[in-house]
Design a protein around this ligand. Structure first.
Ligand SMILES: Nc1ncnc2c1ncn2[C@@H]1O[C@H](COP(=O)(O)OP(=O)(O)O)[C@@H](O)[C@H]1O
Ligand SMILES: [Mg+2]
Length: 221
């Protein structure tokens, strides 16, 4: 069962998933810490669609292990991948407002449609687009992680750096090369490398011998 919908503005109903910012008491009860979001498939009525899968959680975990400041920290996943809990990434007010402006189902009614109703979204877009594109290119070339650069999928952290909410595809050979280059001198480095290698093996199974694996598509149940 998806978590109860909290307050309208505490949830974002995005393209494929709903994301709820869990109230502190709920987050504390579940995980012993606050600042957690829950993301789940919001197409239960289309029984053949199952959007959030283990391959997506695997790719997001890999991304966070490699770039902990540029992806949300995964906290827990249900085994079928249908619910993902992650640490909430605090964004600048402009970015948070811009993304909400894009997804808020009330905006066409609450804002004058002739008055540039998407203005805060476009402001956010102008602010993050170039940074996101440049960084996305490097992430792909260095690690084979293709991120969604559409501005509603990129937040701006309070330090001005972009954070990516979606990995869409992964190049297995590029990722493999990146992981093989990681140091393994200290115990922490060894644990991190071993975790990444085992997540890579999971992704490889889903790739079916292809070099690129898609992790964020509609999939049949
Ligand atoms: N860990 C997080 N911290 C803060 N905001 C988040 C987090 N995860 C998701 N969001 C917000 O929810 C939005 C929708 O999430 P996303 O995973 O992109 O869903 P979808 O696949 O449906 O587009 C994101 O663009 C972002 O604004
Ligand atoms: Mg999205």
């Amino acid at each position: 069962m998806p978590p109860k919908r909290i307050k309208p503005m505490e949830s974002i109903h995005a393209d494929h998933a709903s994301v709820s910012f869990l109230p502190s008491s709920h987050a504390k009860e579940l995980f012993g810490k606050t600042g957690i979001v829950a993301r789940w498939d919001h197409y239960p009525r289309f029984s053949w669609v199952h959007k959030i899968t283990p391959r997506y959680s695997t790719a997001m975990s890999i991304a966070w292990l490699l770039y902990p400041r540029e992806f949300p920290k995964p906290i827990a996943y249900s085994l079928d991948g249908a619910i993902a809990y992650s640490k909430r990434v605090p964004l600048t007010a402009q970015s948070e407002q811009g993304i909400r402006n894009f997804y808020d189902p009330l905006w066409p009614r609450t804002i004058d449609p002739l008055e540039g109703s998407m203005s805060s979204f476009f402001l956010h877009n102008d602010h993050v687009s170039d940074k996101a594109l440049n960084r996305a290119k490097t992430l792909y070339q260095n690690s084979g992680l293709l991120v969604n650069v559409k501005p509603m999928n990129v937040g701006e952290r309070r330090n001005g750096k972009p954070v990516f909410f979606e990995v869409t595809k992964v190049s297995i050979p590029v990722l493999e090369r990146r992981i093989s280059l990681l140091p393994n001198q200290t115990p922490n480095q060894r644990i991190r490398k071993a975790q990444l290698l085992s997540l890579l093996e999971e992704l490889r199974k889903w790739a079916n011998g292809e070099p690129i694996v898609s992790v964020h598509d509609f999939l049949r149940r």
